[in-house]
Write a protein that binds this ligand. Sequence first.
Ligand code: AMP
Length: 287
Amino acid sequence: MKIFTTKKELQQFREELSLDKSIGFVPTMGALHEGHLSLLGKCNSENDISIVSIFINPTQFNDVSDFKNYPRDFEQDTLLLTKKNCDILFLPDHNEIYPDKNIDWTDVDLGFIEQTMEGRYRSGHFRGVKTVVFRLFDIVMPHKAYFGEKDYQQMLLVKEMMKKLNMDIQIIPCETKRDADGLAMSSRNRKLSARGRSVAAKIPQILKAGLNFLRTESPGVVSSWVRHQFTEIPELQLQYFEIADQETLKPAAIAEPGKTRLFAAVFVDNVRLIDNMLFEGQKPANH
Ligand code: AMP
C-alpha cells in the first residue's frame, strides 16, 4: 500500500495511471472497523485501484470537544488497510484540504434532505460534509465512491449533490455492518463504557421491534411506541426518531415495504450514536 499525504502525489499517480483503470474511493475518518473494511471489500471487487482516505474533518463537527475526542488509531488503521489490500491510503493534513484561511464552502442547496434529522440537530454538519466530500472528490477523481448506509442521510445527500453538481461519480451505498448483538459498528463505540456498550444493543432491538410493529400499525402509533421504549431505559437518551421515505426523508404517512426507513439518534454515556433500518414489510431477520 502506498501512502500519499499531498494532492500533488495523488495527482501524479493519477496522471501515470492508464486511462482504462477504474478507481474506487472510500472516504473515512479513521479508527477503522469491519464496517469501513466492508466498503473497501466492495470497492476492491468493483475497481482496479482502491483509494481510502483518512481525514478527521473539523468542519463537520458541530461540537469542538467531539472533534478533539474523536478516536484516532493510525497504526492499527494502516495495518488493517494493508491486510485488506488497499492500494492507496490518502492521508492529507488540514492545509491540504483547506488551503485557504477562508474556507471555500460547497454550498449547494439540497433542501429538506439536509435540513431534517442530522441537519436539524447538528448545525453546520452537512455543510462540512458537502465541502470535504467535494474537495476529496476533486482531488481523488474516482469513478465510484462507497458510502455506508449506517449514515444513510449522508449517503443520500452525497448522491443528490453529485446530481446537482453534474459530477460523474457513482455513489455506491453499502449495507450497515453490525456487531453480534446487533449494534451498528461505529468508531464512536470505542468511547462507550462496558455498561454503555451493553445497553447500546437495545437501540437496534427497539428499531427491529418497531419494524415488526409497522407491519400492523401506522407510523404514528409505532413512533409513539418506539419513543416510549426509549424512555424506559434511563441510560439511553433519544434525540430523534423518524419514520420516513428513504428517497425524500419526509415523514411517512403509511409504511411502504422497501421505501420506508426508521431513523434514530441516541446518546449513551454522552456518546451520540445513530442507526437506521429499512422496512421490508416482513418480519425482520435477526439483525
Ligand atoms: P466514518 O469514518 O465514520 O466517517 O465512516 C466512513 C464511511 O464508513 C461512511 O461512508 C460510513 O457510512 C461508513 N460506515 C461507518 N460505519 C459503518 C458500518 N457499521 N457499516 C457500514 N458502513 C459504515
